[in-house]
Structure formats: C-alpha cells, structure tokens
Design a protein around this ligand. Structure first.
Ligand code: KIV
Ligand code: ZN
Length: 380
C-alpha cells in the first residue's frame, strides 16, 4: 500500500535564513514557479511580519502561483497572524504556520514563560489563526530537546484548538534517527486525537543527520517533510529536499510512500537555487552534486560500463542529469579510456591502444583529470 507524503518546501523562508543569502522579489518568484513545476505541495514563502520584503514575497507568490499551498510563518502573536493572513489573502490555498517553543531551554531562556503559559499562548494563536484559514500548522520549536509528556499535552490541545498539521522540529539538530522515530511514533500513539492531524518532520543538520532523522520520522508515521533545496538554511542547514525525495523513491520497498515530485526537475531546481542564492553545492553532494554520477577509478568504470547498476543506484536521467560520466584520472583503466576515446570518435588497434594507454598513465600522473583536449593531443 502506498501512502502520500506531503513535501513542504521552506527554501524561501528557513533556507533564506542562511547567513549570506538574500533573494530579491523576482528571484523568489522564479524559485516559487520552479518549486511548483517540481511538484511540492506547500511553499513556505516567508515570515510576513519580519520585514516589508518578506510580506511582499508571500503576497506575490500568493497572487501568482496556483496548484500549490502558500504558507506564511508567524510567532504565536495576533499581530503576526493578522499580517500573515493579509499577505496570504490572494492565495488559492493558504496556510498559516504558527507556534512556540516547547523545550524548557527555550521556555526559560527565550520566552521566560512557564509551560502552562506557553501552552495557553499557543492554543490562543491557533484559534485566532483559524479565523483566517482552516489550514493551520502548529510548530513546537525545539521538540527534539523537550519533555515528552509536555509535547503530548501541547499536541492534544493545539489539535483541539484547530491545528491541522503538527510540526515537530528538531530545531537544533540534536536528535539521532532512532530518537526522532520514537518522538513521532510516540506522539501518534499517545495523543488521543492524533488521527485528526498530519505530523511533519522539520530537521536541522547540525550533526549531519537531518535527512536520516526526517526519513526516520516518516517511518514513525509523519506524512509531511519540511525541506529546502540543497539543504540550505540556518547554521548547518535544513533537510535537503532532493535527498529525502530520492530516498523515498529509491527505497520504496522500505518506506511504501510516495510524493508528488517530478524527480527530473530536481537537478534544474538545485542549480537554480544555487545560482540565485550564491550557495555553492559541494561536488560530492548526494543526488545533485557534480560528482554524484561520475566515476574515476578503473574498477568502477569497468563495472558501470558493463552494467550501470553495478555502481549507480540512481539513474542520472531520473533526476534530470544527462548521463553518468567517466572521468579519466591516474586511477582509470583501459575500459574507461577506450570508452572516452570512442565518445570522441576514435578506435585503435590493440597495439596502438596499448601505446596510448601507457602515455595516458604518464600524463594522468601529472594532472588531476585528463580531459578531451589532452586525449586529442595524446592520440596525435
Ligand atoms: O527550526 C525550527 O524550529 C523552525 C520553526 C520556526 C518552524 O524553523
Ligand atoms: Zn527550522
């Protein structure tokens, strides 16, 4: 049985909080259009009360984009919610994302509130937000470090107040997959009205576990994932959209869930966000890195040239890449060299090829990569 997982993209909100990133209104619209073509279900377009620019971008995307829910972030304050509702008013489908911290750390140091006061504030915010839309998401900031019984109580009360999606953020990237799995599963099993809401994973990458935690959350029963393109975001970033989508796709056997994402748009989207945000994608980045479908060692090249699946679990065409690449280096073998020579139109007798191979190895020892121009020189 397959089940749908909703993809909530927060590239334009949490992603744009990356130090050094500032997107113009036009750039946000360009990304918003691409996210819609990619097939995300919800776009968190900004935090409307935070600045006139954020208000304008949420409002513009609400006016321009169709077939996607536009979401605005708010604190659990009436003024924030009113402003978000105004920005979202033209949207075909609108969501207000409100909430408050739940860990004692955040309550004590940030809010200087008791648990009871925070709960009452959250419930009031949800009820207020429901006046503007029946799609209200509640975030429990720093859930990863919070007391479980308190989390269960908050979830029950905010669902009763009208929240339809419950976001369980591991704000500080503190949890590890087994813990996050039990956090989500525990909420679903222990909160009496949990069947009335969708649970959402929102994981940060401080310990490099954002994708693993998000997938563990899906295993635990979450049916929404909050992600950014290329994993951009505060500090070490958010969960990478492309990683989660491809993991769910490639490991259907494990997860039994589906998304609405057109995977062939993953690479174009990654490149667009990288270009507009100025955040370079590391070459060995999973799914969309420049080396993700490139092979340089002789053993791997030989395997891939005989049968792609020997060393590739993702067909590059599936993510919108052109093809697998054979990169010639000092570790490459005869099969790889022959293949690259054939690609540029050369075939040689075995004796002549052996001479070229020997020259190739000498040259490769002096360079990081032997490129097409080098090959042409080598063969004379
Ligand atoms: O990481 C977080 O807790 C957040 C919330 C504001 C949703 O980004
Ligand atoms: Zn976040």
């Amino acid at each position: 049985m397959t089940d749908r997982v909703l993809v909530f993209d927060t590239t334009l909100r949490d992603g744009e909080q990356s130090p050094g990133v500032r997107l113009s209104l036009d750039e946000k619209l360009e990304i918003g259009k691409q996210l819609t073509s990619l097939g995300v279900d919800i776009i968190e377009a900004g935090f409307p009360i935070s600045s006139p620019g954020d208000f304008a971008s949420v409002n513009l995307l609400a006016k321009e984009l169709r077939n996607v829910t536009i979401c605005g972030l708010t604190r659990a304050r009436e003024k924030d919610i009113e402003v978000a509702a105004e920005a979202l008013a033209p949207a075909e489908r609108r969501r207000i994302h409100t909430g408050l911290g739940v860990s004692d750390n955040h309550l004590m140091f940030k809010f200087k509130m008791s648990r009871e006061e925070a709960l009452a504030t959250g419930v009031k915010a949800v009820k207020f937000a429901r006046q503007f839309t029946d799609d209200v998401e509640y975030f429990m900031e720093d859930s990863g470090r919070a007391d479980l019984d308190y989390v269960y109580k908050v979830v029950e009360e905010v669902i009763r107040a009208g929240a339809t999606t419950i976001n369980v953020p591991d704000t500080t990237g503190y949890t590890y997959p087994n813990e996050y799995f039990h956090l989500i599963k525990g909420i679903i099993e222990n909160v009496p009205n949990s069947d009335q809401a969708v649970f959402s994973c929102h994981c940060h990458n401080d310990l490099g576990m954002a994708t693993a935690n998000t997938l563990a959350g899906v295993m635990g029963g979450a049916r929404q994932v909050e992600v950014t393109v290329n994993g951009i975001g505060e500090r070490a970033g958010n969960t990478a959209l492309e990683e989660v989508v491809m993991a769910l796709h490639i490991r259907q056997d494990k997860f039994g869930v589906d998304t609405r994402i057109d995977t062939t748009q993953l690479l174009p989207t990654s490149r667009m966000v990288s270009r507009l945000s100025g955040m370079v994608v590391q070459r060995n980045k999973a799914v969309v890195g420049a080396n993700a479908y490139a092979h340089s060692s002789g053993i791997h090249q030989d395997g891939v040239l005989k049968e792609r699946s020997t060393y590739e679990i993702i067909d590059p065409l599936l993510v919108g890449a052109e093809k697998s690449e054979i990169i010639l280096t000092a570790r490459s073998g005869r099969h790889g060299l022959k293949h690259r020579l054939a690609e540029i139109g050369f075939a040689f007798s075995e004796d002549r090829f052996e001479e070229i191979y020997s020259d190739f190895l000498k040259l490769a020892d002096t360079k990081k990569e032997v490129d097409e121009d080098d090959l042409r020189l080598l063969v004379g």
